[in-house]
Ligand binder design. Structure first.
Ligand SMILES: *Cc1c(COP(=O)(O)O)cnc(C)c1O
Length: 413
């Protein structure tokens, strides 16, 4: 049994997006080869950064298991998720590449890190102590990525007092530093100077970490157990910083690895433009369940927020806010029916919404495209970025909120 509202996830499009990002990185980005980032090894060849594919939050609502396996097949070097529980779900689905956990772990159940071979981020002194203790209990030396806070002021060791805060962590007998990273707070705001400040702070902080790490372990023999595959020469640890917006914006911050999320799903973070040929991965469709006539003066739905001035035809679509469709879409959003854009009118309710189909020959059973394409004209497509703009939110939220009761149907070609 399948409900009439379904999310279609195109795994071939996902893999094509992954490869398109790879090609963009190999070509050196929008500026082309001259600004291309050089690798850690001073004399080594310039190589494009490796990709950490971000599949947190159920792969941005697309379904973490299938998406993760498809990205692994496409060649992702690493996957990243938000917490240990998500990482465990990836391993249970059969993911074999290293899995980086972004979240802070000081209050987590840490056993999953060891049982499922996950790579934690250490971003606070409390997490450092907790993970060291757990690693000692499991009698292993666990590789981790170190997060530096360069201006987001959320998680991470502050960039400006590492000499005081890091030695304890670096001296932890059961932990092994594999990479250093930071996260940009304004990568999608072209006019914000903080982006460049964060870049400078990160580079200075990373040098300090390299220096402290080398002092702590002069004969760093980290290489053999480096689960993320970074080459640790004892001189410079692998670095990463880019989310999708930063990746598009500035090849100077590509460093050794990049961490795209949104781009993989075929969505470009607003307001940034992209030349990467991406395809949307998810579409959301439904079917008209009823068509109703409104007489002038009559309203529709809760609160009668829409009233007909002339005779109108209203189609009822069985998808509502319980399916993740924002209530603000009422009066603002559109859907596609019979190849036309029609407005969502009245309040979005829990299990249904109503659209004005006056003048169209609409019948129960007709396909409704809520996100996706219906026809070949450019206006016959509604994407997450457009929907987000219509209601004043961000496309990440649109896809992440697609409800749990909506079935994801996968196509691979
Ligand atoms: C979510 C996340 C990303 C990916 O962000 P996008 O904007 O979706 O590309 C990268 N890094 C970290 C630390 C994240 O939490």
């Amino acid at each position: 049994m399948v409900r009439s509202t379904v999310a279609h996830v195109d795994l071939a499009a996902l893999q094509a997006n992954f490869r398109a990002i790879q090609a963009f990185l190999a070509e050196g980005g929008p500026e082309g080869p001259p600004l291309r980032v050089r690798r850690a090894e001073p004399s080594g060849p310039a190589a494009p950064p490796r990709i950490i594919a971000v599949v947190k939050a159920n792969a941005y609502g697309h379904g973490a298991e299938r998406v993760a396996l498809a990205l692994e097949e496409a060649g992702a070097d690493l996957l990243a998720c938000a917490d240990i529980e998500e990482g465990v779900a990836l391993r249970r689905a059969g993911v074999r590449v290293p899995v980086l956990v972004f979240g802070a772990l000081s209050v987590s159940d840490l056993d999953g890190l060891f049982e499922y071979a996950l790579t934690p981020t250490i971003s606070t002194p409390a997490a450092a102590r907790a993970v060291q203790e757990a690693a000692a209990k499991h009698r292993v030396r666990l590789g981790y990525h170190l997060k530096i806070d360069t201006g987001m002021n959320r998680l991470g060791f502050r960039h400006d007092n590492l000499r005081r805060t890091l030695p304890d962590l670096l001296g932890s007998a059961n932990l092994r530093l594999e990479a250093i990273y930071t996260h940009f707070s304004t990568a999608d705001m072209p006019d914000s100077p903080l982006f460049h400040d964060q870049r400078i702070r990160f580079e200075m902080a990373a040098s300090v970490v390299d220096e402290l790490a080398a002092r702590q372990a002069p004969d760093v023999g980290l290489q053999e157990q480096d689960t993320t595959g970074g080459r640790v020469g004892g001189r410079r640890l692998p670095r990463h910083a880019c989310n999708s917006a930063a990746l598009l914006r500035d090849s100077r911050v590509w460093y050794d690895m990049v961490r795209p999320g949104l781009l993989l799903y075929g969505i470009v973070p607003p307001p940034i433009a992209s030349t990467i040929p991406l395809q949307p991965v998810m579409s959301l469709t439904s079917r008209v369940v009823a068509v109703k006539g409104l007489r002038p003066g009559e309203g529709v739905g809760y609160g009668r927020t829409y009233q007909a001035e002339t005779p109108r035809s209203i189609a009822v679509v069985p998808a509502g806010y319980a399916d993740g469709l924002d209530t603000r879409l009422g009066g603002r959003g559109q859907v596609l029916i019979r190849g036309r854009r029609v407005p969502i009118v009245g309040a979005v309710s829990m299990d249904m919404l109503t659209v004005d189909v006056t003048g169209l020959d609409v019948e129960p059973g007709d396909q409704v495209v809520i996100i996706g394409r219906q026809g070949t004209e450019s206006w016959q497509q509604i994407d997450a970025r457009e929907m987000a703009a219509a209601i004043g939110t961000i496309p990440w939220e649109i896809v992440c909120r697609i409800g749990a009761r909506i079935e994801r149907q996968y196509s691979a070609k």
